[in-house]
Design a protein around this ligand. Structure first.
Ligand code: NAD
Length: 244
């Protein structure tokens, strides 16, 4: 499938960057989509240096117009979107009693509504092809809960429900929709956590190390492949055994 196209939200760094590079090595043309224009370009350059093909998009998931025009641009330039990876996500942590409504709304808007709108925009192209792979990045906390992250946890639990529903709606057209739920992965998102929180987390990880972005990207690559054709509506945990 050499000309297949993968659209990766939040492809500019961390897990999204690793997904973009891994899918490029698997033969996909990559759309690197995030609001970080310069970082998008850096990832695209890395892909081209590895003899892959990439385009960049200034995508802001808080804006339905940005999502619509971004997907249209990718379809115009590449003619198709075969794989959508809803990877972009943010945190705005606080205990529920003190959480600001604007922080609740922003996290839900980017992590959940943004993913939903991306799915809505790419589905017509996938339905035409009668082939598609949607992979949504959830989180271990979407399964287990986590104090101080009511907004983030709700968004990630929502992603898992969304995944199962989309899988049921489009399965008859050979489009699969799955989620990957990472545990603690070393990226900018986790770098800012206090050392004592990191130590506590490490104590819960059966494999005794934090995850790498590539650990998540490898699961995404499998779910995006032909080999995963009979897997849909699932949430695969990539968490070193920290939650079973
Ligand atoms: P990161 O903070 O390194 O990267 C976040 C990405 O989201 C960036 O590319 C950023 O540009 C993009 N983004 C932020 N706001 C956006 C917006 N408005 N529109 C479009 N894109 C936007 O985070 P990461 O650790 O690489 O996380 C990637 C995904 O994995 C997220 O969904 C996160 O919730 C999930 N996750 C991460 C961990 C972890 O331990 N790092 C664990 C579980 C789940």
């Amino acid at each position: 499938m050499p000309d297949r196209v993968a659209f990766v939200t939040g492809g500019s760094r961390g897990i999204g960057r690793a997904i973009a590079l891994t899918l490029c090595r698997a033969g996909f043309r990559i759309v690197v989509a995030s609001p970080e224009v310069d970082k998008n370009e850096e990832v695209a350059s890395e892909i081209r240096a590895a003899s892959g093909e990439a385009m960049t998009l200034n995508l802001d998931l808080t804006s339905p117009d940005s999502i619509k025009s971004g997907v249209n641009q990718a379809l115009q330039d590449y003619g198709r979107i075969d794989v959508l990876v809803n990877n972009a996500g943010i945190t705005k942590d606080a205990l529920a009693m003190r959480m600001k409504l604007e922080d609740w709304n922003l996290v839900l808007q980017i992590n959940l509504t943004g993913a939903f709108l991306c799915i809505q925009q790419v589905l017509p192209a996938m339905l035409r092809e009668r082939w598609g792979r949607i992979v949504n990045i959830a989180s271990v906390v979407g399964r287990a809960g986590n104090p101080g992250q009511a907004n983030y946890v709700a968004s990630k639990a929502g992603i898992i429900g969304l995944t199962k529903t989309i899988a049921q709606e489009v399965g008859s057209r050979s489009i699969t929709c799955n989620a990957v739920a990472p545990g603690f992965i070393e990226t900018d998102m986790t770098a800012r956590l206090p050392q004592e929180v990191k130590d506590r987390m490490l104590g819960q990880i059966v494999l005794k190390r934090f995850g790498r972005p590539e650990d998540v990207a490898n699961a995404v690559r499998f779910l995006a492949s032909e080999e995963a054709a009979y897997i849909t509506g699932q949430c695969i945990d990539v968490n070193g055994g920290m939650y079973m």
